[in-house]
Design a protein around this ligand. Structure first.
Ligand SMILES: [Fe+2]
Ligand SMILES: [Fe+2]
Length: 134
């Protein structure tokens, strides 16, 4: 079984956001696979850079979309994004430290937080989008 896989139950019904979630899931999966290759350090570092950049862009995009529809829960949603970015930065720092071995455990937490956020917080605005569109 793949480390992390897109599942239609993650769809928020917004094509661009779904595409961004899929991309993040794909990069995280590739990064996890690369982590298992002890001598793939350059590939690992590149994938991690890519994940950090895409996550930042995605959160900012999502927040702009939510702002555009006056989403009532934007403040707490943004706070969760910020908390995720802190976690991603900690992960990044660990990867670039002499404690890199911790990354295999940390990535499990990162995956869980990321998917839980889609299933809870992102799904909540998906329902809101549907009401606004209706
Ligand atoms: Fe999201
Ligand atoms: Fe979100």
């Amino acid at each position: 079984m793949a480390f992390i896989e897109w599942d239609d139950s993650y769809s928020v019904g917004h094509a661009e956001i779904d595409a961004q979630h899929k991309k993040l899931i794909a990069i995280l999966g590739d990064f996890f696979d690369a982590l298992k290759e002890a001598n793939a350090t350059d590939a690992q570092a590149t994938l991690l850079e890519e994940f950090v950049a895409h996550a930042r862009e995605h959160f900012a995009y999502e927040e702009r979309e939510l702002q555009g529809v006056d989403y009532h829960d934007l403040v707490s949603h943004r706070r969760q994004h910020e908390a995720q970015l802190v976690m991603i930065e900690e992960f990044y720092d660990t990867f670039h430290s002499d404690k890199r071995h911790r990354c295999t455990l940390m990535i499990q937490f990162l995956k869980k937080r990321f998917l839980d956020h889609i299933k809870d917080m992102d799904m909540a605005y998906a329902r809101y989008f549907n009401r606004v569109k209706a």
